[in-house]
Write a protein that binds this ligand. Structure first.
Ligand code: ATP
Ligand code: MG
Length: 131
């Protein structure tokens, strides 16, 4: 998912291009104004963190671009393309390493396991998403 800062800063095309160049196949894409309840459920594992409220407000601060990508080892491979959570620690050449400086504005989300991806696809693209 390209987060609101990635969309607002005009990085959608570049990010999609990086995934395509790697050889992944796009299966679905939509722009989406995330309701608070969806953001809270998406990041439910982090609900006890002090930054949780700011994180939910950030994800809901503007449209995101939600995507489903397919390919061999795609979850792990996507996380490598995305880079470490804190952009100050993300390697140059990764999306966050090249495009971000703040952990609270780190441009893109990637599912951290196949199970998370299945849960998130249902949350973002299933009936609950509302579009
Ligand atoms: P994401 O789930 O967004 O792909 P991630 O898996 O790399 O990121 P998580 O630990 O799941 O990292 O954290 C989710 C998001 O919460 C981060 O991408 C970041 O936007 C925010 N976040 C994480 N740690 C902090 C922090 N210490 N301060 C502020 N925001 C944070
Ligand atoms: Mg995560």
């Amino acid at each position: 998912m390209i987060k609101p800062d990635g969309v607002q800063r005009g990085h959608v095309g570049e990010i999609i291009s990086r995934f395509e160049k790697k050889g992944m196949v796009m299966k679905a894409l939509k722009t989406y104004q995330c309701p608070k309840a969806v953001a809270e459920e998406h990041y439910q594992d982090l609900s006890s963190k002090p930054f949780f409220g700011d994180l939910v407000n950030y994800i809901c601060s503007g449209p995101v671009v939600a995507m489903i990508w397919e390919g061999p080892g795609v979850v792990k491979s996507a996380r490598l393309l995305i880079g470490a959570t804190n952009p100050l620690e993300s390697a140059p050449g990764t999306i966050r390493g090249d495009l971000a400086v703040e952990v609270g504005r780190n441009v893109i989300h990637g599912s951290d396991s196949v199970e998370s991806a299945e849960r998130e696809i249902e949350l973002w693209f299933g009936d609950k998403a509302g579009c």
